[in-house]
Design a protein around this ligand. Structure first.
Ligand SMILES: Cc1ncc(COP(=O)(O)O)c(C=O)c1O
Length: 464
């Protein structure tokens, strides 16, 4: 191979004399798993362990099920990383994407526009908490929060006077807002973030769910804070940490009294996950900036949005030479295919009364989880709506208990992904009651089997 990467066993020694495209196609059908091990670098993954395991190759999907290359079916217990909403291969979303493909797959939003993007923006404004009137598109949850931070910073700069000193942010401990450097700066999960500390800007951390602590932090840094950023109701990546009722409202009031903006990151909680369209609704809170991603396209295509109030937006207006422009935007900002998927997803919410039909499933899930919480292997079950964390308590991280649970679940026909030793369940909102029962039963069995398997490992680990 000309590019110096290790020769893949899947290429069968090569030397056929045919073009590389042919070789690659042959290789793909022969052993894609080997191609993966030889060439892929997976997100949030220690590759040393990855290459020792057989990768599960997903070939297709239907509804709440993923299907591998051997035709085995698995319940999609984490909605393909918390984003699938109406199930896979939803006829309405499939048709909308196909229809858009027949027009144009991509054209830029820099200097041009398209009706689909404009219509989606209007519909998001209609759905979002009151006052959010402007929609800025991007492609991931990380960029949605990055944009909100830049907007908040620039807003304060452009207010001028003493506000220009408002250059820092308050976030919650254990927060997760993405993996770009701005969003990592307001993050608080050491496993993910500690390595990058020297690259990050200074922030102030407040205790999750504790309004008095936030007040203390804001009072201590009164004149330098541009905005408070938080995940409303549930801090997902922290292990489905929930805030007490009333906390979000108290945060809104504190932001108002200290004159700082409130950024709500609903990348994970948005689009019905906590039982309402947006988690903010549960406390009648409207933020100044709202970050959306993941479920925006029903889990089909990368699209994110940062919504802003008119008050924020107006600070960016002025003659070009005033340099008030928001200098931000990506090649694929507002991609028409992704916007088509998002509009079709919103249609499905309406037509299928997704939020209304979710309520009995949430009730059933909480009943099923009561049984899981009673298991001796389980320390605590947390969550809201369809966002669940099953905490297995303190274990030696080297034993990778959470990971063991996912391997056990895979054998039993479900895909779940842990956060350390917290087993996450976040199925598509469209999951059936029967599938939900099966998912929880598989999870409970897998937890029992994984904890039992530790008994063999403990003496080994102690001997090491
Ligand atoms: C609350 C929250 N914000 C932001 C992100 C980052 O989103 P993405 O992975 O699409 O960049 C995530 C991802 O899990 C999240 O949970």
């Amino acid at each position: 191979m000309s590019h110096g990467t290790p020769q893949s066993a899947a290429f069968g020694g090569g030397g056929s004399g045919r073009g590389s495209t042919y070789s690659r196609l042959v290789a793909m059908s022969v052993d894609p798993a080997q191609l993966d091990r030889d060439h892929l670098w997976h997100p949030f993954t220690q590759q040393l362990g990855w290459v020792e395991e057989e990768p599960l190759m997903i070939e297709r999907a239907e509804g709440s099920q993923l299907i591998d290359d051997a035709g085995r079916r698995y319940l999609d217990g984490v909605s393909s990383l918390w984003c699938n909403v109406h199930g896979h291969r939803h006829p309405g979303i499939d048709a909308a994407v196909r229809e858009q493909l027949g027009r144009v797959a991509h054209s830029t939003m820099l200097g041009l526009s398209h009706a689909g993007g404009a219509e989606l923006a209007a519909r998001l404004v209609e759905l979002a908490p009151p006052g959010l009137s402007r929609v800025f598109y991007s492609e991931s949850g990380s960029t949605a929060t990055e944009i909100a931070l830049k907007m908040a910073f620039q807003y304060q700069q452009q207010r001028g006077g003493q506000h220009a000193r408002r250059t820092s942010f308050v976030h919650l401990r254990d927060a997760y807002h993405g993996d770009t450097l701005g969003s990592v700066s307001v993050g608080g999960i050491d496993t993910f973030h500690a390595a990058y500390r020297p690259l990050l800007f200074d922030t102030h951390a407040a205790e999750p769910g504790d309004a008095a602590d936030l007040e203390r932090v804001l009072a201590a840094h009164e004149e330098e804070v541009a905005a408070v950023i938080l995940e409303p109701q549930v801090q997902g990546a922290a292990g489905m940490l929930t805030h007490p009722r009333g906390y979000l409202r108290a945060v809104r009031e504190l932001c108002d009294s200290f004159g700082v903006l409130l950024i709500c990151d609903e990348v994970a909680t948005g689009f019905g996950r906590t039982g309402t369209m947006f988690a903010c609704e549960q406390e009648d809170v409207a933020p100044d900036l709202l970050c959306l991603g993941k479920g925006l396209t029903g889990g089909y295509l990368p699209l994110a949005a940062t919504l802003a109030t008119e008050r924020v937006y107006e600070r960016f207006l002025g003659a070009p030479e005033e340099r008030r422009t928001f200098f931000h935007g990506h090649t694929y900002t507002g991609n028409p295919l992704a916007c088509a998927a998002a509009r079709a997803s919103l249609d499905a919410f309406e037509r299928e009364r997704t939020i209304e039909r979710l309520q009995p499933k949430i009730q059933l899930l909480s009943e099923l989880l009561a049984g899981v919480e009673a298991m001796p292997e389980v320390a605590e079950v947390r969550g809201r709506g369809m966002m669940v964390g099953i905490d297995l308590g303190e274990h030696d991280p080297a034993l990778r208990l959470g990971h063991r649970v996912t391997l056990e679940a895979r054998q039993r026909g479900a895909i779940i992904r842990p956060l350390g030793d917290v087993v996450v369940l976040m199925p598509p909102l469209a999951i059936s009651e029967a599938e939900l029962r099966r998912l929880v039963a598989i999870t409970a069995d897998s937890i029992r089997a994984a904890v039992a398997s530790l008994e063999d490992s403990v003496p080994l680990a102690q001997a090491a």
